[in-house]
Design a binder for this molecule. Structure first.
Ligand SMILES: Cc1cc2nc3c(=O)[nH]c(=O)nc-3n(C[C@H](O)[C@H](O)[C@H](O)COP(=O)(O)OP(=O)(O)OC[C@H]3O[C@@H](n4cnc5c(N)ncnc54)[C@H](O)[C@@H]3O)c2cc1C
Length: 376
């Protein structure tokens, strides 16, 4: 008899499952996807969206259409609790849904609690939709002749956001001062050559970097640093790291040290064999994994196969993470930086390469009949 497969979140890790939903349904299973929005935005193109290289409709997947066209149900809601003993999900609306097999792809978010972040015009980089708001606000000029734009974060996302804010300001025909509060050691996770290129690129565009110190708090237009210095801003973008969604902790499921759903090599909860997960929301028991889309994408075919295996009592496949992977970043001035291990390249051709790969990824999963800009 057919079973009920429920997908929680329609993000990067569920793409292959979503395009192949018919294969589950033709075998007599029922599939539902629960997500807070009809669209999912591709974070890899998020900085380019901010900078104006892409329009919102270029960088989003119509998840609702993707699943409904394939005979599954889309439920616009958020899962607030997984009752794994009762095989039941509790949704924000108050509704409940039972499942035979559930797969979680709830991603991660930027921590921003009220003790550390207060006041207006402060935007975490996730959800990516925030970048559409920032784009509009900066474009409208922030009501000041030379607004101060700040990016808080020490990694590649902060680099890309700062570079693309610069592009946005230029395209808007306005002026603005851009500062990156880069933490203790800005871009420390990059190979030294890539760091050097990135710093040169920002310096050439008068983008300031404050480093050697973390931001302690942001309040009403002032960033208070750990050494008590105060830096004013009109708008701040937060890219100071991500943490898995709190769903698993709040549901009392086994979690890893980062709070992600603790899964084995089959991407299966270590306590409940019919609970699966992929992407940023998991804590992979065999080894820690960086929160990068590369892993979410590589987990796609494994999740697809293992959900089918769980529905039909077959053997699952193990996910074997690759040791090194290619990363390419968009610097916002028409150039990019690429590295794999210590191998580093930069320049216009690199951005062209990234753009080609990203557009190909979009084409692979985007459905026709993409909706208009107003229903983001
Ligand atoms: C600016 C930026 C640039 C990046 N660039 C790169 C890059 O170039 N290369 C790279 O490898 N990585 C990059 N990353 C990291 C990459 O974006 C993440 O690792 C990736 O998005 C993780 O995918 P995911 O499938 O886990 O989650 P996501 O793709 O974020 O999907 C999660 C989905 O779950 C939904 N959801 C959340 N909670 C619930 C709930 N409770 N109930 C139902 N639905 C829920 C969300 O709405 C969302 O649609 C970048 C990140 C940022 C912020």
């Amino acid at each position: 008899m057919g079973k009920h497969l429920v997908l929680v979140g329609g993000g990067h890790a569920h793409m292959t499952v979503m395009v192949n939903l018919r294969n589950y349904i033709e075998r007599g299973h029922r599939v539902s996807l629960i997500g807070p929005s009809a669209h999912h935005y591709y974070s890899g193109m998020g900085p380019g969206l901010l900078g104006g290289t892409y329009r919102p409709q270029d960088v989003r997947f119509n998840v609702k259409k993707m699943v409904e066209d394939r005979g599954a149900a889309f439920i616009r809601d958020t899962v607030t609790r997984i009752d794994a003993d009762q095989e039941r999900l509790v949704l924000k609306s108050g509704a409940e849904m039972s499942y035979d097999v559930v797969s979680c792809n709830t991603g991660s978010s930027v921590p921003a609690d009220e003790d550390h972040v207060a006041g207006g015009h402060i935007f975490p980089v996730k959800p990516i939709e925030n970048l559409i708001k920032v784009r509009q606000i900066v474009h409208d000029g922030l009501g000041s002749r030379n607004p101060k734009l700040m990016v808080v974060g020490g990694g590649a996302a902060a680099l890309e956001l700062a570079g693309n804010l610069w592009r946005l300001v230029r395209l808007s025909g306005t002026e603005a001062a851009i500062t990156v509060c880069g933490g203790r050691n800005f871009l420390a996770s990059m190979p030294p050559k890539a760091q050097r290129y990135a710093r040169q690129s920002l310096a050439a565009r008068n983008i300031d970097i404050i480093e050697g110190v973390y931001v302690k708090r942001l309040q009403d237009g002032v960033a208070i640093l750990q050494d008590q210095r105060e830096v004013n801003f009109d708008l701040a973008l937060l890219a100071w790291g991500v943490e898995p969604s709190p769903l698993f902790r709040e549901s009392g499921l086994p979690i890893g040290s980062d709070g992600g759903l603790r899964v084995n090599a089959y991407l299966q909860s270590v306590a409940y064999p019919n609970v699966f997960g992929g992407g940023d929301c998991i804590s992979f028991e065999p080894q820690p994994l960086a929160k990068v889309g590369v892993y979410a994408v590589r987990q796609n075919p494994i999740l697809y196969a293992n959900l089918l295996a769980a529905l039909e009592d077959k053997d699952p496949e193990a996910f074997v993470p690759q040791d090194t992977y290619l990363l390419i970043y968009n610097l916002g001035n028409g150039t990019g930086i690429l590295y794999r291990g210590n191998w580093v390249l930069k320049g216009r051709l690199i951005f062209w390469f990234k753009d080609t790969i990203d557009r190909k990824f979009m084409r692979k999963f985007q459905v026709s009949g993409e909706t208009s800009e107003k229903d983001t």
